[in-house]
Design a protein around this ligand. Structure first.
Ligand code: ZN
Length: 500
């Protein structure tokens, strides 16, 4: 006696179709699991047999073999429990299914037969849809992910009994709807501070706008407790909301991480502490993989406060995703390609003691100490940061009064940023936007400063964003000067006596 049911397994943010084949032969009663099952999957034997008994069925009295195929692909997690239980009940002739053969069945079984939520339900649901499954059964606990899926028939169940009743045509399944899903308090608002409250810092404000409009990575340099993390949150609020497709991508990642999903379209904001482990930062490949901080920041903002304090390997690991928007994590237990397309906002003190911006008399560091401190982030990583900005000493309270005078709010500025982003366009630098004489003037400046090729094209790209923020396509000298300020701080001398 033989039967098969369909399900899926996770690899990174992808779901892979898996066939769960069950066979019963004569011989001593027992249950064997074959097909590269990981530890969590091997444990399902005990859960499934207990769930079958507790749901009022008999333990199948024969030699059972469960095969998960394709055999060469590692299978992870507990999502196969439900399909295995259905297979065991069918081969032992305890149920007579009249439908559901082309559906995917996902769910972990509790010892009492209840269906428990699984990790990565959204990724698996998307996989079911693209594999051409007729429909999908999920645990009620995954209903929030279920409502984000469209283009596939879908039902949620509480326990094994309910699924069996539907399969035998004795009952109906519940279709999850947005109104049934209790959305717990949305994640706290990014910006406790509005842009108009940073009125006292026009240069920083401006840099935040340039970063948002052009997707430029940013390094804020300022004394401790100087509101650098507040500025990062304001920047997150300046970014446009996620598109529908982007939101699905972001929620798929959260689903795989086992975090709650929502349809808020808010961009991710991740702010790992500098003590974060390399696995916490980059993710892991174990058990189908867990995304790290840089993948959780995908399509959003990654804020690294006290950048020089991060582990060297963590800092170095940033280079590949900053270049490609994704990275390949290769470990003994597998290889996973994780998406990681984020805007990097980092922050550091101006010197080890953090006081040098207040004036020389406050700083206790020697020039050699300062050089060593800054050199921790120099080189290839610094090369990938577009904007370097000093955050002067500043008090939020005194700035608040300036806000009343009617500065541009985050919401107003966000609209200007969106216009600039569309004016600027994406991809490579379009030709003809920089006047020939100005171009050679810029080249002369950059050459004199010994700028690398990367730094030269970066300066042009930033100038293009600055012009776009002013509603222009043509780049003027003042745009170039402003861009040079951002790209050259810490990097070398540039003749600043010139003005527009
Ligand atoms: Zn110092």
């Amino acid at each position: 006696m033989h039967c098969q049911w369909l399900g899926g397994s996770l690899r990174g943010v992808e779901g892979l179709p898996v066939r769960i084949e069950v066979q019963m032969t004569r011989g001593l009663p027992g249950l064997t699991l074959v097909g590269l099952a990981g530890a969590a999957t091997r444990e399902s034997r005990e859960r499934v047999l207990s769930a079958i008994r507790e749901s009022g069925f008999q333990t199948p009295a024969g030699r059972m073999t469960v095969n998960l195929s394709p055999a060469e692909e590692p299978k992870n997690g507990s999502a196969f429990d439900l399909a295995m239980a259905l297979g065991l009940l069918e081969v032992s002739e305890q149920i007579k299914p009249v439908r559901g053969r082309d559906w995917w069945f996902l769910g972990e079984l509790g010892l009492d037969g209840c269906l428990l939520p699984i990790r990565g339900a959204l990724a698996l649901g998307l996989a079911a849809r693209s594999a051409g499954a007729a429909g999908l059964i999920m645990p009620v606990g995954n209903a929030r992910e279920a409502v984000l899926l469209d283009g596939i028939e879908l039902g949620v169940c509480d326990n094994l009994d309910e699924v069996v009743a539907w399969l035998e045509g004795r009952g109906e399944i519940r279709v999850p709807a947005m109104r049934d899903v209790k959305i717990p308090g949305e994640e706290s608002n990014h910006g406790q501070l509005d842009l108009c409250e940073v009125e006292g810092l026009p240069r920083v404000r401006r840099a935040l706008g340039v970063a948002a409009a052009g997707g430029h990575n940013l390094l804020l340099i300022g004394s401790p407790g100087n509101g650098k993390s507040l500025m990062a949150r304001i920047l997150a609020d300046l970014l446009p909301p996620l598109s529908g497709d982007e939101n699905r991508e972001v929620m798929t990642i959260r689903s795989v991480a086992g975090l709650p999903v929502s349809s808020s379209r808010r961009r991710p904001f991740r702010s790992p502490h500098h003590s974060v482990s390399i696995a916490g930062f980059l993710g892991s490949t174990k058990g189908g993989g867990r995304p790290g901080e840089i993948t959780l920041a995908h399509r959003g903002l990654l804020f690294l406060d006290e950048l020089p304090e991060f582990n060297r390997s963590v800092r170095e690991a940033l280079r590949e995703p900053m270049e490609d928007g994704a990275f390949v994590l290769s470990r003994a237990d597998g290889i996973i390609r994780w998406p990681a397309d984020f805007l990097l906002v980092s922050a550091m003190n101006p010197c080890p003691c953090g006081q040098s911006l207040r004036g020389e008399e406050f700083c206790r560091c020697t020039p050699a100490q300062i050089r060593r401190y800054i050199s921790r982030i120099s080189g290839p990583l610094l090369d990938r940061i577009d904007l370097l900005v000093e955050v002067p000493i500043w008090r939020a309270e005194s700035s608040r009064s300036a806000a009343i005078a009617g500065g541009e709010s985050t919401a107003e500025f966000r609209m200007r940023v969106a216009e600039a982003a569309s004016l600027r366009g994406g991809g490579a630098e379009p030709p003809g936007t920089l006047d020939h004489d100005l171009g050679s003037w810029l080249d002369g400046q950059l050459e004199a400063a010994g700028a690398s090729y990367r730094l030269r094209s970066k300066t042009r790209a930033v100038a293009r964003t600055v012009a776009a923020l002013e509603g222009r396509k043509d780049i003027r000298k003042c745009d170039l000067l402003e861009a040079l300020e951002y790209t050259f701080l810490l990097r070398g001398k540039i003749d600043r006596t010139l003005s527009c």
